[in-house]
Design a protein around this ligand. Structure first.
Ligand code: SIN
Length: 188
């Protein structure tokens, strides 16, 4: 054994994670680097049930997942994190979301990296799927869970999408229903 050999501690493994919903703005984890990023072939939809954050098992809320849509681009926020952060994220996203590895393009540096995206597929038991916009808006307006109101989830997401320059017609239409700008969901 070479007594002189000084081993540097191995750098902590790191990876990228792409957030497209609450992970854009609710950053309750440490990160090494963060950049606005895009992934191709996916669209954001309020089709996932939330039993643990914005609703309860008896009265689930509605939160976002990504649905495959060839040719579409979804903009979000990418974070370079150390591996142990995934224990926290796996717990946070445990209600139907699974880790998938996808390519993402970082807007500032122009790099393409691959990283983790938490996706809730239609096979998960909490998946709700599509409904008409008025019905979804009414549902979101009434649901509450341990992390707060479903309404606050949607309004905060809409604001954070504007902040990163994402024009998401689905989210902004639901926002208009909730804020009364396209007629209240309770209007006849
Ligand atoms: C995400 O933000 O990437 C996943 C969905 C959510 O937590 O809202």
């Amino acid at each position: 054994m070479n007594e002189d050999l000084q081993l540097e501690p191995e750098p902590a493994a790191s990876n990228w994670v792409f957030g497209y919903g609450s992970l854009i703005h609710k950053v309750d984890f440490p990160f090494i680097r963060r950049e606005v990023a895009s992934i191709g072939g996916w669209v954001r939809r309020f089709w996932q049930g939330s039993h643990d954050h914005r609703g309860t098992p008896e009265a689930p809320g509605r939160v976002v997942t990504l649905v495959p849509r060839p040719g579409w681009i979804c903009r979000g926020m990418a974070y370079l994190v150390e591996h142990q952060v995934f224990d926290h994220l796996d717990h946070r996203e445990k209600n139907g979301y699974e880790r998938h590895i996808l390519d993402m393009t970082l807007h500032d540096s122009g790099e393409t990296v691959n990283g983790v995206v938490y996706l809730a597929s239609q096979a998960n038991p909490a998946f709700l799927g599509p409904a008409d916009m008025r019905e979804m808006a009414q549902h979101i307006d009434s649901a509450h869970g341990p992390s707060g109101s479903n309404r606050a989830y949607l309004l905060r997401l809409a604001e954070s999408l504007r902040d990163i320059g994402e024009d998401d017609a689905h989210v902004f239409e639901l926002e208009r229903w909730l804020t009364g700008k396209s007629g209240s969901p309770d209007a006849p």
